[in-house]
Design a protein around this ligand. Structure first.
Ligand code: ADP
Length: 397
């Protein structure tokens, strides 16, 4: 254990995730969640030394502010405060302005607020978290780590939509991509596992969690990614539809669906939940499939087929392939989903390593398959976004 800890804050519209991370080992010394903000039962729970605790966040005032205020007392009570050297905030949208992690000052906070136009649910919450943390911890330097920043290396042909160019010049409509911290982390870890300098590596990183995205990474840089202007595009997800014919939106609206109903359906009632008809959770889908549920089987097939199609197409921006990297809750744990994706990649020569696929679960990294044709392997690499936030904050200090 080192003596420099970073308090990592991930502020959502009605929630706040926090963790105190050892900036050298990446271990979460303390981790917790504030939820139901804005409601009468707002509460905060945390885990420290294997023990769980929970308190109510009482008061009419801004619950983010109240919760971060309580964090000050908590870190002191647990004896962590004197080792916390910085605060790192996870911020969803950095637009074209933020291409890497930055130290926070008033101008940065104002810019994050301005980008609310692009991320109306997330950026305002991020800025509220920043302002509350500055008030609660005035002596600590604070840093912003952006989900979009890693993808700012994408070439113009990858981020430009095939639409009228004024939509970009006037409104900033283009592909931004998300999950950047995760794709960054697993590509660095994969390079270490393969004993390759990351500057000479070539990966397709596949983050499969509730949200899911694929990223082509050439010489350490993102060159294309499946999420776009919003996190709705690309792969099928827990409740999001992924790629969809935009004509469907017009069709439904002509049928009398409101804009809210259409987007609620595409964001919250699609994906695993929509196709299976039972759950957004991959584990639940797999269990139901074993019991013979037809909708669950179809959801499994659509999901794995679409991931494989993306992997195939993401060979295009690369000049060779060292590895396909699986990560995220599904990618790190689900043997049958990884198996089916590799089966779908048979023409690219991928063959499953059954023992490896069984072993690489529940936090274990490893090789789960390979392709002689491409000279590549399939890897599982557990992601650790908090660690990246802690590391980059300390590096900038
Ligand atoms: P988030 O995007 O919210 O961070 P996670 O990365 O935690 O989500 O991934 C959540 C998904 O991982 C859920 O669909 C869950 O069912 C799936 N998952 C977790 N463990 C397993 C497992 N053992 N087998 C299959 N899926 C799993």
């Amino acid at each position: 254990m080192s003596d420099s800890f970073v308090l990592v804050i991930n502020s959502g519209s009605s929630s706040l995730k926090f963790a105190v991370i050892d900036s050298q080992s990446g271990e979460a010394v303390l981790s917790g969640l504030g939820e139901c903000f804005g409601l009468a039962d707002a509460r905060m729970s945390w885990k420290f030394n294997g023990q769980k605790s929970e308190i109510a966040v009482e008061g009419e005032e801004n619950h983010h502010k109240l919760a971060i205020g309580k964090l000050v007392g908590l870190t002191e009570e647990l004896g962590l405060a004197s080792n916390i050297v910085a605060i790192g905030h996870r911020i969803v949208h950095g637009g074209e302005k933020f291409t890497k992690t930055v130290r926070i000052d008033e101008a940065v906070t104002a810019e994050i607020e301005k980008l609310a136009d692009l991320a109306p649910l997330h950026n305002p919450a991020g800025a509220i978290g920043i302002r509350a943390a500055i008030e609660a911890f005035p002596a600590l330097p604070q840093f912003a780590v952006f989900d979009t920043a890693f993808h700012q290396t994408m070439p113009e042909k990858a981020f430009t939509g095939a639409i009228a160019s004024e939509l970009y010049s006037e409104y900033g409509i283009r592909r931004y991509g998300f999950h950047g911290t995760s794709h960054y982390f697993v590509s660095r870890e994969a390079a270490k596992m393969l004993n390759k300098p990351v500057e000479e590596s070539s990966f397709i990183s596949v983050h499969l969690g509730n949200g899911a995205s694929v990223c082509a990474i050439s010489n350490g840089n993102s060159v294309d990614t499946s999420m776009g202007f919003t996190p709705l595009s690309g792969l099928m997800m827990g409740t999001r539809c992924g790629d969809l014919d935009p004509g469907i939106i017009e069709f439904l609206m002509k049928k009398g669906w409101s804009q809210e109903k259409v987007f609620e359906t595409l964001n919250k009632k699609s994906g695993f939940l929509g196709v299976s008809g039972i759950t957004s959770d991959a584990r639940g889908v797999l269990e139901a499939m074993e019991d013979g549920h037809e909708g669950a089987k179809l959801a499994f097939e659509v999901f794995t087929y679409r991931v494989a199609k993306y992997i195939g197409s993401y060979l295009i921006p690369l000049d060779h392939l060292d590895a396909v990297i699986f990560t995220g809750g599904i990618g790190e744990n689900s043997l049958p989903i990884r198996r089916e994706i590799m089966r779908n990649l048979k023409l690219l020569g991928f063959v499953e390593d059954e023992k490896g696929n069984e072993a690489a679960r529940f936090g274990a990294a490893g090789i789960i398959g390979n392709s002689e044709l491409l000279g590549a392997v399939a890897l599982v690499v557990p992601t650790n976004e908090e660690f990246v936030i802690a590391q980059q904050s300390v590096e900038l200090l």
